[in-house]
Design a protein. Structure first.
Length: 489
């Protein structure tokens, strides 16, 4: 599973990976196993910073999504309070993951899940009730972890499908980079074309696009030359260029983040949304069946988005053991479940593990020590949001494209001559970017695996947990007709 990093060093040099462990340093080194995993303090720091800048957009995007919606009573959440809640949850849970899980996996409010909260839950109930459902979902996930079910499901997945998940996430994260930068855009339905996406606005125009294009070129050149800090160097350099261009040129919009120097360096945090949730309030607003279906959808999405991210990022870091298992998996999954609870309790929506953590891995991060810097920057963002959110998506997105390439290299480990593995792997890889969902890709792969094995008379080779999970995915994909049959729509 090991592949060269941007620094030219192997991702993992502990004995299971076939390398020779180096002598660890002090207590901090031994606790985080920095030397043992072939890393250094410098790589961990660079990785932690790179991860923050590739996911810092959530400080802008999460408040925009949640504050744009109204609940059943017409109430809206305050954007300033949402920035504080988003930064606080990300800071605390990212540090906890680093210290408790010792993996370079950062957490923040989950995209997709926040849209469900804003546009599916809130219109049916109050904001307190909607956030209460997020807390309930997180508690159920924690129970699944403590009973061993969540970890057992991950262990039941065949290794080739885990590799396909990593590859699919690689394509997905590269696609996110292209879309976030505006290099790829959706063609409006009014265009009456069967082509769903296009290059820019039909062509590449504007200074922001130049920043992205130069960022991609700089990143891939630095990676090819094995320059230390390639991804972080690119992010910083393109941010400086963007700030200069924003001053010198007449630029209509950069999208979510404008790279202009702030008038003030400090902004006071507003903790007014903390604790504003009601775990069981939704049951008094809508039917029990509706609540159960909503919670089921949240759990399934959160469960498998996290599974795909954890497997993909740790595989890219070369940290899977000889059986393809994630180290400290039980603790990692429990912390992720607790993050969902924390997100709901702070009214920031469900927090989850971020695939953008792969940017830190691309910089050499291999341990939870990197999280101390990612989480620390989120903590600083509570007070220094004007400074830390000047990085435009066009400067950060090239990192996602580069990381997508690094994760894509794992495709060579899949046996494409075995159709019972190759077809589910292909569907997993293809569905993720094409539907913009990790969960959908995993579900398509699982269902295809079970169906093909059964058709070939090899049903006994399928782990019983995969049968159960595939049945749940069948319900997940057929949720609309099921809701209609149950009369909840």
């Amino acid at each position: 599973m090991n592949s060269p990093s941007a620094t030219g060093a192997p991702y993992d040099v502990h004995p299971q990976a076939g390398g020779s462990p180096r002598t660890p340093g002090g207590p901090l080194d031994r606790y985080f196993r920095i030397t043992e995993r072939g890393s250094t303090y410098a790589r961990e720091i660079r990785g932690g910073i790179a991860t923050f800048f590739t996911m810092a957009y959530i400080l802008v995007l999460n408040p925009i999504i949640l504050s744009a919606a109204e609940d059943k009573t017409g109430a809206q959440l305050d954007p300033a309070q949402l920035v504080t809640a988003t930064a606080l949850v990300a800071a605390v849970m990212t540090v906890i993951m680093g210290v408790g899980g010792n993996l370079p996996l950062a957490l923040a409010a989950g995209l997709g899940l926040n849209a469900v909260v804003a546009f599916q839950l809130a219109p049916l109930m109050t904001w307190d009730d909607a956030m209460g459902l997020i807390v309930l979902e997180g508690l159920i996930i924690c129970v699944l972890v403590l009973t061993g079910l969540r970890e057992a499901v991950m262990h039941a997945i065949p290794q080739p499908l885990k590799q396909a998940i990593s590859v699919g996430i690689g394509l997905f994260i590269a696609f996110i980079g292209f879309v976030d930068a505006g290099f790829v855009t959706r063609i409006p339905d009014a265009a009456k074309t069967t082509v769903p996406v296009q290059l820019g606005t039909g062509s590449l125009t504007g200074w922001p696009m130049l920043v992205f294009a130069l960022g991609v070129v700089l990143t891939i050149v630095l990676l090819a030359r094995k320059v230390k800090g390639a991804i972080l160097i690119s992010i910083v350099a393109m941010t400086v260029l963007a700030v200069i261009l924003d001053k010198a040129a007449d630029i209509k919009t950069w999208g979510l983040t404008t790279p202009s120097l702030p008038d003030s360096l400090v902004a006071s945090p507003d903790f007014g949304l903390l604790g504003k949730f009601d775990v069981f309030g939704a049951f008094g607003q809508v039917s029990v069946v509706t609540v159960l279906l909503l919670v089921f959808t949240l759990i399934l999405s959160d469960f498998f988005d996290t599974m795909g991210t954890v497997v993909g990022v740790t595989a890219e870091a070369g940290l899977l053991d000889e059986r393809g298992q994630v180290p400290n998996l039980g603790r990692v999954l429990l912390i992720d479940g607790a993050a969902a609870v924390a997100g709901g309790a702070a009214s920031a929506s469900s927090a989850t593990t971020y695939i953008e953590s792969a940017a830190g891995v691309g910089e050499g991060a291999r341990t939870g020590f990197a999280n101390l810097f990612t989480g620390g920057l989120f903590a600083l963002a509570l007070f220094l949001t004007p400074v830390l959110t000047i990085v435009p998506l066009q400067a950060a997105a090239p990192a996602l494209v580069a990381v997508g390439f690094l994760m894509m290299t794992q495709v060579k480990h899949i046996d494409w001559d075995r159709y019972d593995i190759a077809i589910p792997a292909f569907l997993t890889i293809a569905v993720m970017p094409f539907t913009y969902s990790i969960t959908n890709g995993i579900g398509a792969g699982f269902l295809a695996y079970v169906i093909i094995k059964t058709a070939l008379g090899k049903a006994r080779e399928v782990h019983w947990l995969l049968w159960g999970v595939s049945a749940l995915f069948l319900v997940y994909f057929a949720i609309d007709p099921i809701e209609q049959l149950l009369g909840v729509k």
